[in-house]
Ligand binder design. Sequence first.
Ligand code: SF4
Length: 413
Amino acid sequence: APAPPPAWHHFSDPAEVEALRGNLLAWYDRCKRDLPWRALAVTEPDADRRGYAVWVSEIMLQQTQVATVIDYYNRWMQKWPTLQALAQASLEEVNELWAGLGYYSRGKRLQEAARKVVSELGGHMPRTAEALQKLLPGVGRYTAGAIASISYGQATGVVDGNVIRVLCRLRCIGADSSSPAVIDRLWDMANALVDRSRPGDFNQALMELGATVCVPKAPLCGECPVKQHCRAWCRKLFGKPAPVPDVEDCGVGDCPLCPPATEPWDSSLGVTNFPRKAAKKQPRAMRTATCVLQRRGCRGGPEYLIVQRPSSGLLAGLWEFPSLPLAQDLQEQKEREVLADHLQAWMGQPVAAKGLRFIGEVIHIFSHIHQTYVVYSLPLDGDVTLDPASPSRWVTEEEFHASAVSTAMKKVL
Ligand code: SF4
């Protein structure tokens, strides 16, 4: 069996755990934000619908701010109020609603999983974290814990970015917080801490604390409901680790949960010494030529050609202006030529490279790609016969914005 963590880094006193739960829940009852999925998770009598509501919100909230998600969530639940309704939607409709929310495979996977619940599980959501994670594609340990605790009252913890920050500060965990060893410890801690009678509220309270009080850069420790349990806060106040009876010198030895000896506690950082993360990998740089082909529509206004991306890979199934990845360091003349050849394939007629007008560059950061779109435009006079075998269509500006297009393409337009 693995060695237990040094006492300094976990909660060993049951009375302290009880006090922490009570303080955190009392604060949550007073201060929680009014969010649409929270109301539904409490008031909805249909258990499957409760689970579905939390599931949708949790998937949307991955990598996305609460303020952005609210409107998407409301529109989604209005359009597909049940799993059954979502299972019948087309991927195109899902992409259209998801447009602008980013990480598009999330919407696609949510819909695929809804189909699975309807076709293979009799339309019923699994009720435990273990079953949710096992049976629903795209549902990982965190999402499963959130649905099971919030919708079904299972006393199981959750660990997301906010919880990592709060727990690392509460127990002065300064080893790399993305390492499997630390993540395992945090899950153990979350499972041990979760309140047995109000697990969903407790988990939401811990996440809410991380989102609104124990924030990354300037945490509001003075207002924090659990500051008396926070070892980072104590250490900031007193300048050194408070003595712990059995592990007095934790923090100076080779403790696996303390900051590495090469990067010790920095008193100018205070509580933000925690958490620590290994340096992030630099995103990959890519250049893509894209062309806004424009014609006069039947009502006199401009129309633009958009084409559909393949059904797998980055931005799967979304629509975009005809685009082509470029080799790095390609000369501008060569860029025009390869783009002109590419356009010819869509339009079925020759395109003169010199007719392409260079407009500028648009930079968009995807999670792991630093993408530069090199934007050209080409106004067309005559009619163009599009290849019916390739998914493409002409749209007005209004139709463009209502289509399943990425935020990057909106910037390009
Ligand atoms: Fe976070 Fe400060 Fe509260 Fe500690 S006292 S949990 S660092 S906000």
